[in-house]
Design a protein around this ligand. Structure first.
Ligand code: FE2
Length: 302
């Protein structure tokens, strides 16, 4: 069976980050260290359920492993994921934070420089091998540090950027001076475009969750979430299919209410219900779904 994991291509030439990180450091780091994690992971997962899983799934599934073999799988899978993320976190292109990311940085840190200072401090304080991270949780940015192969993603936190603070990341260029490496990398190489993409993914997930929640509210109590049929037809956060489904459900409910209102719901004014039903039908027509009778009734009638 072919080895399931491969070394991801570097997003730039090996010497593209020089002089901040030399081509020699990148060469060793990528071809020796990163490659070894990939090769070891492939050997460890052979014949196990992990051979068919995605890298992220393995990391999440093994982060709290107790079994020695699974711990090894976690260490190597985590390091493959972390290095893939690290290479993308750096770029020689010198982008600047913009848009939603810039607003969030200013809201949560004050300035980009303050954020960089905090990341540098966090990376410096990480005792022994590990990683410094810019992360977002529920749309709020913060910095974090992890030891060895651990990453915030394994615990369900959205990662925006990382810096490798294992000695192999800087020893050839900076010897034991991790703060100098951090200062240079953080001020000159951070890929803010990559961070913005990762932040946008979280914002989009948040939006989808909010829409799903609103949609569920609307399904359980149409009147509460959307007071008028027109609001559903014009809702920007619903798909056409969701709008039609909601309006059709409302139509069925109103039809039931019309029938029941005489005896069971004396407080409901039949005139208002009929008017609302006309409104629902008019919006269904507007959306191109003017099927006003439930299928069973059509069948029985025809
Ligand atoms: Fe590394």
């Amino acid at each position: 069976m072919a080895a399931p994991f491969t070394l991801s291509p570097l997003p730039y030439e090996e010497n593209a980050l020089a002089p901040v990180i030399s081509g020699k450091t990148i060469g060793f780091h990528y071809h020796k260290h990163h490659q070894t994690y990939v090769d070891t992971l492939n050997k460890l997962v052979e014949g196990t359920k992990y051979a068919d899983m995605k890298l992220e799934e393995i990391v999440r599934a093994t982060v709290k492993a107790i079994d020695e073999n699974e711990k090894k799988i976690f260490n190597n899978a985590g390091q493959v994921w972390n290095h893939d993320f690290y290479w993308q976190s750096l770029t020689p292109k010198k982008p600047k934070p913009g848009g939603d990311l810039k607003k969030a940085i200013e809201r949560d840190f004050g300035t980009v420089d303050t954020l960089i200072e905090e990341l540098a401090k966090t990376g410096k304080e990480q005792f022994g091998s590990g990683w410094a991270w810019l992360v977002s949780k529920d749309g709020k940015l913060s910095v974090d540090k992890t030891s060895n192969a651990v990453d915030p993603m394994a615990m369900g936190t959205n990662c925006l950027l990382t810096v490798d603070v294992w000695e192999h990341a800087y020893y050839l260029d900076y010897q034991n001076e991790r703060p100098k490496y951090l200062e240079a990398v953080l001020s000159k190489l951070l890929n803010w475009d990559f961070a913005a993409q990762n932040f946008a993914k979280e914002l989009s997930r948040q939006q989808s969750a909010a829409t799903a929640s609103r949609y569920e509210d609307a399904k359980s109590d149409v009147g509460k979430a959307y007071s008028r049929p027109q609001e559903i037809a014009e809702a920007k956060d619903l798909s056409l299919q969701q709008k039609v489904e909601l309006l059709k459900q409302w139509e069925i409910d109103l039809r039931g209410l019309m029938v029941a209102s005489d005896e069971n719901m004396p407080s409901t004014a039949p005139g208002q219900t009929a008017e609302l039903l006309r409104g629902v039908r008019s919006q269904l027509t507007r959306l191109g779904a003017p099927e006003h009778e439930p299928a069973a009734v059509n069948k029985a009638g025809g």
